[in-house]
Design a protein around this ligand. Structure first.
Ligand code: NI
Length: 228
């Protein structure tokens, strides 16, 4: 590419960024508005393992169940019931997490994998900063649905035939920000904490071993949205 062309393209790119960053006057959201957003969403478990009971309890003494961090696609639908107050529904494609054992006799063994959907319904308060920058806080209720549990080779070797995680109800809290680009478009980033407590039933020929696992993940997202 010739130098002249390159300069012209650079200038066009710089102008586009300058326009996007210019302090345009954007009307704040108002009652009756909707926002739909799509985001890259990371679920980072902050897990802890509680009581263990059943045939494998001996082998699992001193062990923790580890749940891997995963990134997937999330989406939110927001409806403003007041100028500053909205209801938000969080949805996503299924997240798949690997489960493994740390500590104890089975240290390092792969237990298997699970998929989950974590729909969360929240009430949010949006702060009007008089600029394109619109922070918000929210609190709500989460229902986590676990499915497609899969037993890994290591666990099969230890006699595990099936794995089942109880669905969970819990509270969720969040903070986030929308940055209005104009014409309805916005950039969004947020973080939420979800209380997800489950019981993993580790099944063997001699019965089910129940392991209480608090997954309690931090869920962070960055994406784009549209307000109308
Ligand atoms: Ni918890």
């Amino acid at each position: 590419m010739k130098h002249m062309q390159y300069s012209r393209i650079s200038l066009a790119v710089i102008s586009a960024f300058a326009l996007a960053a210019a302090p345009t006057v954007v009307a704040a959201a108002s009652e009756g508005d909707w926002i739909v957003r799509g985001s890259l969403t990371n679920v980072s478990p902050n897990e802890s393992t509680g009581s263990v009971s059943g045939p494998l309890a001996g082998a699992l003494v001193g062990s923790d169940v580890e749940v891997s961090s995963e990134t997937g696609l999330g989406f939110t639908v927001v409806y403003f019931v007041r100028d500053n107050v909205s209801i938000e529904l969080l949805g996503s494609l299924p997240f798949k997490h690997d489960l493994s054992i740390s500590g104890g006799a089975l240290d390092g063994a792969d237990l298997g994998s699970i998929k989950h959907l974590p729909p969360t319904l929240s009430v949010q308060y949006h702060f009007d900063t008089g600029s394109a920058f619109r922070p918000y806080v929210g609190a709500g209720i989460n229902y986590t649905l676990f499915f497609d549990e899969d037993v890994a080779g290591d666990a099969k070797g230890a006699g595990v035939t099936d794995l089942d995680l109880d669905n969970s109800w819990g509270l969720a809290a969040q903070i986030g920000v929308d940055y209005e680009l104009g014409n309805g478009w916005l950039i969004n980033a947020g973080i939420r904490y979800i209380d997800i407590d489950t019981t993993a039933q580790v099944k063997t020929a001699t019965g089910s071993t129940n392991v209480d696992v608090d997954i309690d993940p931090w869920v962070t997202n960055i994406g784009i949205g549209y307000r109308f």
